[in-house]
Design a protein around this ligand. Structure first.
Ligand code: SF4
Length: 246
């Protein structure tokens, strides 16, 4: 929403800047949840910003949180984005993975829905990844942890406070004592959350791929440092389906 001519000029200076523009589906789906302070839907304005990025040749991706309701419309969403020139879309299942809320009768039917979406996007020539598609996501990013937030990137807020993820409350210091940030126990704990080093996941057949899942998601949804229950079942089944296709 902030992208304007000034931002475009700034972004053009960086060939490796990663711009992510969040949209959660077609207009009627996105505008249920992504609203501005006046409670107006944001879809139309975000699409205008996407067109501005495309016109100026700035590389970007569109991450979307797609729940079982949104999944029924997601192919239309992908086609709409393709038609305006979007090339990369990330599809993420909802934070709290609750089968009771599912529009699909069984977990297998839900997995089918995400899997068919992945195939359709590939047929359309869209690069599609995200947390619903871990094999593709990790093939693209090659993480040894679930994401860069686990010790390989920092988030700086406008006051200079540093955290490792904008969805995890722990503040590790400020830009004025940057060296100390990397000596904290919390930083060490995050940085060591890597493949093969997560006790609760050591017997899981996809732990090398999932790495305990998103820590913010696990903490905020399951009050744990790793995912659990239906969420794990979902990503394991998705991975199995995708590996058969590869
Ligand atoms: S699927 Fe579940 S058990 Fe397996 S690595 Fe991921 S969070 Fe751990």
């Amino acid at each position: 929403m902030l992208i304007d001519a000034e931002w475009i000029t700034f972004l053009k200076k960086f060939t490796d800047a990663q711009v992510l523009v969040s949209l959660d589906g077609v207009k009627e789906i996105n505008d249920r949840v992504r609203v501005d302070v006046a409670q107006n839907g944001t879809y139309d304005r975000v699409i205008e910003k996407i067109k501005l990025l495309i016109e100026n040749g700035i590389s970007f991706g569109v991450p979307a949180v797609v729940d079982s309701y949104g999944l029924k419309q997601v192919r239309r969403f992908i086609k709409e984005l393709k038609d305006i020139g979007v090339k990369r879309i990330g599809i993420n299942p909802p934070y709290k993975f609750d089968e009771e809320d599912s529009e699909f009768s069984t977990m297998d039917a839900l997995v089918d829905g995400y899997f068919e979406t992945w195939l359709e996007a590939k047929r359309l020539g869209i690069q599609i990844s995200g947390k619903a598609y871990l094999p593709e996501w990790h093939a693209m990013h090659g993480h040894i942890a679930n994401c860069e937030g686990m010790g390989r990137a920092i988030v700086v807020d406008p006051d200079g406070h540093i955290s490792l993820c904008d969805k995890i409350a722990d503040k590790l210091g400020t830009v004025y004592n940057l060296k100390d940030v990397f000596k904290t126990d919390t930083y060490a704990q995050f940085a060591m959350r890597v493949k093969g080093n997560i006790k609760a996941c050591e017997d899981c057949e996809i732990n090398y791929l999932c790495n305990g899942g998103c820590l913010a998601e696990a903490r905020n949804s399951y009050h744990s440092d790793n995912l659990s229950g239906k969420h794990c079942e979902f990503i394991k089944k998705m991975a199995a389906r995708m590996f058969k296709e590869f």
